[in-house]
Design a protein around this ligand. Structure first.
Ligand SMILES: [Zn+2]
Length: 175
């Protein structure tokens, strides 16, 4: 894919009329809301969006997003890399009301005033595409509880002093 610089601001209706293709990448550091779900914000998302007007007269953009993000594995609580690949089908509308009447083929994107921030639109789509819970494959991923239990049993093994209550119960049993 070509890695041209994407514009920061776009005019979706104009791009749709022109039938433009936007391809390039956006740094994840520019997405503060997304960052809250991630352990790191290095890396970028590659974007490919074809703008156009469909046969119903809807101004739209279809394509896909592709990113590799860092999240916390909820089993072992260690960072892990999560691939996020998602198809996008946006229908541009100028009001909430129009969005409600939009064809189900599209996700409404309300544009009250052009231009709009492209990174924000891409960020919304990425947030929707993130897994709710990130988990490693079972292999090589040790649940936190097991790690704690293992650490606890290691401490127990290194502790050679007898438990005074255990001694007491031994004495009782001998009676
Ligand atoms: Zn894990």
């Amino acid at each position: 894919m070509s890695d041209q610089r994407l514009p920061v601001q776009i005019a979706p209706f104009k791009l749709a009329r022109q039938g433009r293709l936007l391809q390039g990448s956006i740094e994840l550091t520019r997405m503060e809301r997304l960052a809250q779900a991630l352990t790191e914000t290095n890396g970028s998302v590659s974007v490919s969006l074809q703008f156009g007007i469909d046969e119903q007269g809807i101004h739209c953009a279809t394509g896909h997003l592709n990113a590799e993000v860092q999240m916390t594995c909820q089993r072992c609580m260690k960072p892990m890399s999560v691939p996020v690949v998602t198809d996008v089908a946006l229908g541009f509308v100028s009001s909430y009301e129009q969005g409600r009447n939009l064809s189900r083929d599209y996700e409404p994107c309300i544009v009250e005033h052009e231009p709009v921030n492209l990174a924000e639109i891409v960020e919304d789509e990425l947030i929707l595409a993130l897994p709710i819970v990130a988990l490693h494959e079972e292999q090589g991923c040790e649940p936190v509880i097991e790690t704690l239990q293992k650490a606890a049993s290691e401490i127990e093994q290194s502790d050679v002093k007898p438990n005074p209550f255990a001694v007491l119960s031994e004495l009782k049993r001998k009676k």
